[in-house]
Design a protein around this ligand. Structure first.
Ligand code: FES
Length: 146
């Protein structure tokens, strides 16, 4: 049911932890399953130099947050904002359809961190237009379930 990559990132998640004095910290939750994801970004000169995460959630949420951290490390803030849950799921060789919504949490956690970062610094990123960090993220589920 799960790809080898999903199992690998679930069993050995990369970049677990916290970053003290991180420039960007974001937390999102899925109201339906109660899973929570927190993302810490170290940003230097618009480059994401370090990423760590903590996920209290299912295996797919852990695997996708792990993969998401790897995908945005070394990227610019704008590039990280373009990360989609689909791209994360593809990088993991796919997720079962009923688990796609878990990958949404990873995309949203990155966005929530950058949202807070931008707000504190009065920066505007058009990629964040309409983004609401407090919204029930399950509604972003792209029709894969229910
Ligand atoms: Fe909640 Fe996967 S079941 S994020």
């Amino acid at each position: 049911m799960y790809s080898e990559k999903v199992m690998d990132h679930f069993m050995n998640p990369r970049n677990v932890g916290e970053i003290e004095n991180a420039e960007a910290v974001g937390q999102v939750g899925n109201a339906k399953c109660g899973d929570i994801m927190k993302m810490y970004l170290k940003i230097d000169n618009d480059i994401i130099t370090d990423v760590k995460f903590k996920t209290f959630g299912c295996g797919s949420a852990i695997a996708t947050s792990s993969m998401a951290t790897e995908m945005i490390k070394g990227k610019t803030v704008k590039e990280a904002l373009k990360l989609t849950n689909k791209a994360v799921a593809e990088a993991l060789d796919g997720l079962p359809p009923v688990k796609m919504h878990c990958s949404v949490l990873a995309e949203q956690a990155v966005k929530a961190a950058i949202y807070n970062y931008a707000k504190e610094r009065n920066l505007v990123y058009e990629e964040l237009d309409g983004f609401d960090p407090d919204e029930d993220h399950d509604h972003h589920d792209h029709g894969e379930e229910e």
